[in-house]
Design a protein around this ligand. Structure first.
Ligand SMILES: NC(=O)c1ccc[n+]([C@@H]2O[C@H](COP(=O)([O-])OP(=O)(O)OC[C@H]3O[C@@H](n4cnc5c(N)ncnc54)[C@H](O)[C@@H]3O)[C@@H](O)[C@H]2O)c1
Length: 275
């Protein structure tokens, strides 16, 4: 059998929000671990260094190569230093996973100006700033590059949080615009819209009943986790996706493919039919 090379062998990746906000594995951590498993050297960026260090110990334990960098990606200076650090440590930059994101609840009537600005800064401006410094270095490396923006199905359908939905819809628009602008430089820009994933980010708000409701809402009727999102990021980061550009990929067990009212009604009728 020929030697199996990793799907990201020789590549250098930055993952923002590479730690997890609670125990377990979140979307950023899963992507970072999978990138490293497939041969990438990964800069693990997080505002909370200890969280990135947990991801590092997982990667190091598997024999992968990574290092931590503390940054708040809503600051231009931090984003510039983050990109410089990746290139100084590893010699090039190929992949940027813009994973950082937060939520604040509220309608337009309820949301404070401060919360609105903060969600927009963390979820949207961080992508602009990180990409602003990353793209020129990707171009320098001569092989193009790949950017993955993490949105949410909340960017495709109204959710229970106006600032979150608005910011995640902006990420989808940003993705298309970046893909159009930087495609000629060989830089692919794609987006993942995670569905109702059970992850450290949402776990504190979940009880068993809510988890079951979320699980049964989608056609697959199974619960997704952050590895599902990480594997989608891995595909988009790999050369297997070399002709995929400007797309938003829902990873949601089919939830956004269905019309809620008819789907729920038909499902109930189906359950009532004698077998
Ligand atoms: N159920 C879900 O988990 C779900 C569903 C849909 C979309 N998403 C999206 O997935 C992404 C995050 O997923 P996760 O599971 O990795 O989340 P997480 O909360 O577990 O981890 C995110 C990490 O980002 C870091 N962070 C937050 N703000 C930062 C900043 N300004 N600068 C640097 N680091 C910062 C945090 O310290 C944390 O370690 C977000 O964009 C989120 O909106 C998640």
């Amino acid at each position: 059998m020929p030697d199996r090379k990793g799907r990201l062998e020789g590549k250098v990746a930055i993952v923002t929000g590479a730690g997890s906000s609670g125990p377990g594995v979140g979307n950023g951590k899963a992507a970072a671990v999978l990138f490293a498993r497939e041969g990438a050297r990964v800069l693990l960026v997080d505002a909370v260094l200890e969280r990135a260090e947990e991801t590092l110990s997982m990667i190091a334990g598997e024999g992968g190569e990574a290092s931590c960098f503390q940054a708040n990606v809503i600051n231009a200076g931090d984003c510039a230093r983050m990109v410089d650090a990746a290139v100084e440590r590893y010699g090039r930059l190929d992949i940027l996973d813009n994973n950082v994101g937060i939520s604040r609840r509220g309608t337009v009537v309820e949301v404070s100006e401060e919360d609105w600005d903060h969600v927009m800064a963390v979820n949207v401006k961080s992508i602009v700033l990180s990409s602003k410094y990353a793209i020129p270095r990707m171009i320098e490396s001569g092989d193009g590059g790949c950017i993955i923006n993490i949105s949410s199905i909340a960017g495709l359908r109204a959710h229970s949080s106006t600032p979150y939905t608005a910011s995640k819809a902006a990420v989808i628009g940003l993705t298309m615009s970046m893909a159009a602008d930087h495609g000629p430089d060989g830089i692919r820009v794609n987006c993942i819209a995670p569905g109702l994933v059970y992850s450290p980010m949402v776990a504190p708000r979940m009880d068993d009943d809510l988890r079951r409701i979320r699980q049964n809402a989608s056609p697959l009727r199974t619960e997704g986790d952050s590895w599902d999102i990480g594997y989608a990021a891995l595909y988009l980061a790999s050369d297997e996706a070399r002709w995929v550009n400007g797309v938003t990929l829902p990873v949601d067990a089919g939830l956004t493919a269905v019309s809620p009212v008819t789907y729920q009604t038909l499902s109930q009728q189906q359950y009532q039919q004698p077998t």
